[in-house]
Design a protein around this ligand. Structure first.
Ligand code: NAD
Length: 500
């Protein structure tokens, strides 16, 4: 398949794609011990894509034992930082060499638009592994300011075995956000991809071994979250679990940890993110484009989706008009078509949940300004139109709950204080945007917004160098990306030396 993104060529390449459908444990593909499989469904057609190994607690146990053995052998953890860097860079090169294949896997499995997979998800995955690899031999450790009779080294050591429980909305990218720092710091890993989207993680594991990451260091166990996610988080041999997903399951993981070995739990959860457009916002054509991208990108199945537009009362009509115009470019369709910007919802039940939120918006008195329906039903896929609600009040369900679909709620304010209060009036705190021409206002509002990432005059999640994670119920105990992500996968050790 060429990078020119020709629909016919992409469809032909998709038809020839080979799927890895078994668990990857100790460097080998293996069936679930029970022999059971489940069907992975293509959300664009509603048809079965492939059967996948339905692992259970036994398979998780085998994966954890393999990871522990690899860790104890020191085949990865005790390699020199420069050597781990070399291997991880080779891994990144291999991922890049398989960019189209990996992009197609996520496109078919998750219904993500192929253009996004090729230009955002997989390139970001490669950059992420490269960045963490490069950082390995750049970080110095510390010597504490003791008296002359002692030397005290303060060093970081890997935790051991880290479980990564992944969401379905950015399958390969979230694998990289977790595995980049987990592997860079010398840990072994057991990955549990989301039940709906295991294919790219299963292929990634094989490429990791090809790059030289020793067998057993990276294991992937597909299956039902309630069974194997829970088993992983309850396992006494797992030292930490890194999770991206819903707040509800995040809460459950804390319980599993408390009931087992008090493993560290790094949580990246949901969001109900505000986009604040102040009275002196720059060029509204630009702002409308950013605002629409922020909410509809990845079908709104994005924890950083800016699903609440909080706009100055006097700009609202103009913004609404411009956003509706720009939304026409957000074509809903086959995710294999390079022209598609909105693919299907991940599965039928999730589509129904999103349609339920749209119904609640109507019932609670918001004005439907765009979309609002299921579409392309004949395909068998789970498509929902780009949807905008006007006249939304802060207490309405669509203004409070994470919808995880292409649905924007427009709310208005009069003063800056009111805008900040509305933006912060949520149990979440993942991301926020603010639009203003004034630098002082930008600083003031950015500092007042209670969110892990605040973008000024754009929608952004930062890049590999910046930490990503939430305030409040959007998560805690760590961050994805940047050098800060290395800390949560290491223990701090003091080595106290007596010199006399
Ligand atoms: P989820 O939280 O149920 O699933 C996330 C991961 O956790 C998956 O790998 C899943 O298999 C696993 N899991 C499920 N139950 C588990 C359990 N009991 N123990 C351990 N692991 C378990 O999310 P979902 O069902 O895929 O989506 C539901 C909602 O979660 C969405 O509507 C959205 O609001 C939110 N979500 C947020 C993100 C994000 O990026 N923050 C990503 C996906 C979903």
């Amino acid at each position: 398949m060429s990078h020119t993104l020709d629909y016919r060529a992409i469809k032909a390449a998709a038809a020839k794609l080979k799927f890895r459908t078994k668990a990857f444990i100790d460097g080998k593909y293996v069936d679930a011990r029970s022999g059971k499989t489940y069907d992975s469904i293509n959300p664009a057609t509603g048809q079965r894509l492939t059967p996948i190994a339905a692992c259970d607690e036994t398979d998780v146990g085998a994966a954890v034992r393999a990871a522990r053995r690899a860790f104890n052998d020191g085949i990865w953890a005790k390699r020199s930082p420069a050597e781990r860097k070399r291997i991880l860079l080779k891994f990144a090169d291999l991922l890049e060499a398989h960019l189209e294949e990996l992009a197609l896997l996520d496109c078919l499995d998750a219904g993500k638009p192929i253009t996004d997979c090729i230009t955002i998800d997989v390139p970001d995955t490669v950059r992420c592994f490269r960045w963490h690899a490069e950082a390995i031999d750049k970080e110095y450790e510390r010597v504490s300011p003791t008296g002359p009779d002692n030397v005290a080294l303060i060093v970081r050591e890997p935790l051991g075995v880290v479980g990564a429980i992944l969401p379905w909305n950015f399958p390969i990218q979230m694998a990289a956000w977790k595995l980049g720092p987990i592997l860079a710091t010398g840990n072994s890993a057991v990955v549990k991809p989301a039940r709906q989207t295991s294919l790219s993680a299963l292929r990634l594991a094989e490429l990791a071994v090809e790059a030289g990451i020793p067998e057993g260091v990276l294991n992937v166990v597909p299956g039902n979250g309630a069974i194997i996610g829970a088993a992983l988080c309850r396992d006494m041999g797992v030292d930490a679990v890194a999770f991206t997903g819903s707040t509800e399951i995040g809460r459950q993981l804390l319980r599993y940890s408390a009931e087992s070995n008090l493993k560290r739990v790094v949580l990246e959860l949901g969001g109900k993110n505000p986009q604040v457009v102040l009275a002196d916002a720059p060029d509204l054509d630009y702002v409308a484009r950013q605002a629409v991208n922020c909410v509809f990108w990845n079908m709104g199945e994005n924890c950083s989706s800016g699903s609440r537009l909080i706009v100055h009362r006097e700009l609202k009509d103009k913004m609404l008009e411009k956003m509706i115009e720009v939304s026409k470019e957000w074509i809903v369709g086959d995710p294999l078509n390079p022209a598609t910007k909105i693919g299907p919802m991940i599965e039928e039940s999730h589509m129904n949940k999103v349609l339920g939120y749209i119904a609640s918006g109507r019932a609670e008195g918001a004005r439907l300004a765009l979309g609002g329906n299921r579409t392309l039903q004949k395909t068998g896929g789970f498509f929902v139109e780009a949807t905008i609600f006007d006249n939304v009040k802060a207490e309405m369900t669509i203004a409070r709950e994470e919808i995880f679909g292409p649905v924007l709620s427009v709310l208005t304010f009069t003063t800056e204080e009111e805008a900040v209060a509305m933006a912060n009036d949520t149990s979440y705190g993942l991301t926020a945007s603010v639009y203003t021409k004034d630098v002082a206002t930008a600083h003031r509002v950015a500092r007042a917004l209670r969110a892990g990432t605040v973008s000024v005059n754009c929608f952004s999640e930062g890049d590999a160098t910046t930490p990503f994670g939430g305030f409040k119920q959007s998560g805690f105990f760590g961050r994805d990306k940047s050098i800060f992500a290395h800390h949560q996968y290491t223990e701090l050790k003091t080595v106290w030396l007596q010199l006399t």
